[in-house]
Design a protein. Structure first.
Length: 132
């Protein structure tokens, strides 16, 4: 079940992120994108009884595969960060859910970590770009 949910949510997230980028702009990378991804992955997994961490990890592998193909297979940094990042978001979400028993608190924590992660990555990448 986790694989199916992850694949469906990866497809949904890809389409929504493309729409967000087209109609709202790059700010969605550090706003709507992470919120949508985390809500989709977490809520579908939770309400359909799939492992939240499993769904997040598989989603990360799917995103990593996409990243790797986009780069022509030259660099493993983005794919590895996709897997690590989404695994982290899933672990945070599941951990808070486990401690509090509230899916909405877990979701909020996952969203906050994902937003902070994306802001950090954007800053690091933009810093590298300005130094070149």
């Amino acid at each position: 079940m986790a694989y199916v949910i992850a694949a469906l949510m990866a497809g949904l997230s890809f389409l929504l992120n493309k729409l967000f980028l087209r109609y709202i702009g790059p700010i969605t990378v550090i706003s709507l994108g992470p919120i949508t991804e985390e809500a989709a992955k977490t809520l579908f997994a939770y309400y359909l009884g799939a492992g939240i961490i499993d769904v997040h990890m598989v989603f990360g592998v799917i995103e990593a595969t996409y990243d790797w193909h986009q780069d022509g297979g030259k660099n493993l940094t983005a794919p590895l960060l996709s897997i690590a990042g989404h695994s982290l978001f899933g672990a945070v979400t599941a951990g808070i859910l486990f401690v509090t028993g509230r899916v909405w608190l877990g979701l909020a924590a996952g969203i906050i970590v994902h937003l902070a992660y994306n802001v950090t990555v954007v800053r690091l990448v933009s810093g590298k770009m300005t130094k070149n």
